[in-house]
Design a protein around this ligand. Structure first.
Ligand SMILES: [Zn+2]
Length: 310
């Protein structure tokens, strides 16, 4: 699922293409994509895009205030696990089986000069990606799960959120009500870089460990955002994946840890897994899947949706 660095990369590519452009065509082909019917999605046509931003893992397009309406409309897209964006020429349609929607815009700053088409796709048989068109900031705020932006939080606020409940580090880092934009992949990378076990209880952390985790969380997300931006350049992100070359542990089960050479291990659950290095993170201990699930009971995400979900 696209996480903070992936979404920032999308945003940086969307701004020069859509900011201050006018919507000229909207085509929704994914049957379960659009979750709202009022205002009607065709009402977007002719609107100017005033801003493009992010709330947690959701992308938000702010539209100009429509005639006769008191407040702007917002288009909210959650890509969930397999949703992706592409950029196409004017007139492009959602591609074959995986296409969900197309939003065509004029060139930025012009109402009629051709611009391009934003295409929304989703691979696989499960349709999880969603699109909402809502009226006004209050309706938009309902899409905010409340997680703090990792770059906006000082160490005190970070510590407070971390320790609100007695939970595992893996769970709290990926909880959208606590921290925004961190999913399975980057939580693995952050915990490895911080030399902390994914199953450490948040109430067992020392102040030094919390401070280290805070610093490392920001560093890992900042470094990956910068790297993805560099790789994408002026193009549009095409390789958005949870398995990146250059990851230390995530998706690297059985490979040597880049820091100590020990084989990366995994904890499996649902159709997903958490990866860690036993030497760097768990004092050499292997975390057994079964005993772990007993130990953690309900403090481990049971499904992908629970982990990556909202
Ligand atoms: Zn290691």
């Amino acid at each position: 699922m696209p996480e903070l660095p992936d979404l920032e990369d999308y945003l940086a590519a969307l701004h020069p293409r859509m900011q201050e452009a006018t919507v000229t065509r909207v085509q929704v082909t994914g049957v379960s994509l659009l979750r709202t019917y009022d205002p009607p999605i065709d009402g977007l046509i002719g609107s100017r895009i005033e801003g493009i931003d992010r709330i947690g893992k959701r992308l938000v397009w702010q539209l100009s205030v429509p005639d006769g309406e008191p407040e702007p409309w917002y288009l909210v897209v959650h890509l969930m696990i397999a949703g992706r964006l592409r950029w196409g020429d004017p007139g492009a349609s959602p591609p074959g089986r995986i296409g969900l929607a197309a939003i065509e815009v004029s060139a930025p700053g012009s109402a009629d000069e051709p611009g391009g088409t934003l295409l929304l796709t989703e691979a696989g048989s499960k349709r999880r990606a969603s699109m909402h068109l809502v009226r006004g900031p209050d309706a938009l705020a309902e899409h905010d799960r409340g997680g703090v932006e990792p770059f906006d939080v000082e160490v005190e606020g970070f510590a407070e959120r971390l320790r609100l409940e007695r939970r595992t580090l893996k769970r709290v880092l990926t909880d959208p009500r606590r921290f925004a934009g961190i999913g399975n992949a980057f939580s693995d990378e952050i915990l490895h870089a911080a030399r902390l076990s994914p199953v450490r209880r948040t109430d067992h952390l020392s102040d030094d460990e919390v401070a280290r985790l805070h610093e490392v969380t920001q560093r890992v997300l900042r470094d990956w955002t910068a790297l993805l931006r560099e790789q994408t350049g002026d193009g549009f992100p095409t390789k958005v994946t949870a398995f990146r070359e250059g990851f230390a542990v995530h998706g690297r089960f059985g490979h040597p840890c880049p820091d100590c050479g020990t084989e990366v291990q995994r904890i499996r659950y649902a159709a997903n897994e958490t990866n860690y290095c036993p030497r760097c993170q768990t004092d050499g201990k292997l975390l057994a899947d079964r005993s772990l699930s007993r130990l953690l009971k309900d403090d481990w995400p049971k499904t992908i949706d629970a982990l990556e979900g909202d």
